[in-house]
Design a protein around this ligand. Structure first.
Ligand code: TTP
Ligand code: MG
Ligand code: MG
Length: 351
């Protein structure tokens, strides 16, 4: 089993909103699919932990959330490009540790930490938590265990803002003490089906006939059987397509004047380019972001026709996108990011 450090950001979309709307911290907040003026139509994508105390959950209709929280419930429509930009920065930070990283979702990643002792793993996790807090103003929860599935379970268990190490000889106890619904892969449908088969606990699942499970769920049944018996042979698969390199800077004073901002962008492009060259990558996508004086953030992204390592092209596209964004008002922060990276030096592709 692979010794894994598993990170999952806390109430991610809503936490990103609290960063740019600090006045909402400590108040119930829902991020949902519908625009604010049609808020009773869509569904809840996530809620902060204050709102969760009222029973509000991801996936529930917004209407139900408003019924649960009779006091003032704050609502924002989701702004996925913004969350993706924050996510890219977080993933870049994980990948800077030079260990295999699998990006699992917008707010989750698994790092292969083979070779570290338990103590070293815990101090690495503490360092990552404090760097994320410092750089992004966000909290996360980290689970550490042999086996990606079990590390994820540990992170779910320790939420929010937690850190949990499950020692190798305690894996079986940890799983046995867990609810069946908390085993990764046991969704609502699987749970119903298991209950029909008179399997209601992890213990019962561990003792079930594996052939019966395979009949019912195919290869997922086998994985499930192995997981509840303390075995997880899944590997950490690096996904290079999620790799990106970005730089951003806070301006000394807010500006909407491209003549002032252009030299700053030149410097950012130079830094991004230097790292790109050092790592032998070429890029196909350029992203630009700004933060306005009211802390809202806007991002734009553009795909080139071919892979390139041209700093001039990066800058040209970046400047165009920033110029568009400046039309909305003065900005306090600007950033450039390249993504869709592939290796140079004769490698056709990294994936
Ligand atoms: P999760 O990691 O499942 O949830 P979370 O980060 O909001 O809360 P926590 O991890 O602290 O329990 O999902 C990450 C983001 O994905 C979430 O912030 C919003 C989005 N999402 C949806 O859009 N719809 C959903 O049904 C779920 C579960 C998540
Ligand atoms: Mg999360
Ligand atoms: Mg998640």
């Amino acid at each position: 089993m692979v010794f894994t450090l598993y990170v999952d950001m806390d109430y991610f979309f809503a936490a990103c909103e609290e960063v740019r709307h600090p006045e909402l911290k400590g108040k119930p907040l829902v991020v949902g699919t519908a625009p604010a003026n049609e808020r009773t139509r869509g569904v809840v994508q996530t809620a902060n932990y204050v709102a969760r105390k009222y029973g509000i959950k991801s996936g529930m209709p917004n209407m139900d959330a408003f019924a649960l929280c009779k006091e003032h419930l704050n609502y924002l429509q989701s702004d996925e490009p913004y969350y993706e930009e924050v996510s890219a920065g977080i993933m870049e930070l994980f990948k800077s540790y030079k260990r295999p990283v699998e990006v699992i979702s917008v707010d989750e990643a698994a790092m292969d930490i083979t070779g570290l002792s338990n103590e070293e793993a815990v101090s690495l996790a503490k360092e990552i938590k404090s760097r994320i807090k410092e750089k992004f103003g966000l909290t996360c929860t980290i689970g550490i265990c042999e086996g990606k599935t079990f590390a994820k379970m540990a992170s779910d268990e320790a939420k929010p803002d937690g850190l949990m190490l499950v020692e190798t000889n305690k894996i079986k106890d940890f799983i046995a003490s867990s609810e069946l619904s908390k085993i990764p892969g046991v969704g609502k449908k699987t749970l119903e089906r298991l209950n029909e088969m008179r399997i209601n606990t992890v213990e019962e699942l561990a003792k079930a006939d594996p052939m019966v499970l395979i009949d019912a769920f195919g290869s997922a049944g086998k994985e499930l059987y192995m997981a509840v018996n303390g075995i997880d042979n899944s590997k950490i698969i690096e996904n290079y397509e999620t790799l990106s390199i970005g730089r951003e800077i806070t301006l000394k004073k807010a500006s909407s004047d491209m003549d002032e901002i252009k030299p700053v962008l030149e410097k950012l492009a130079e830094d991004v380019h230097a790292e790109l060259v050092k790592k032998n990558y070429r890029f196909k996508n350029v992203g630009a972001k700004v933060r306005y004086t009211d802390f809202t953030m806007s991002v734009r992204s553009y795909s080139l026709r071919n892979y390139t390592d041209s700093k001039e092209q990066m800058l040209e596209v970046g400047v165009k996108m920033i110029a568009q964004l400046l039309k909305n008002g003065p900005v306090r922060k600007v950033g450039i990011r390249v993504s869709k990276l592939i290796g140079t030096k004769g490698q056709k592709s990294l994936f």
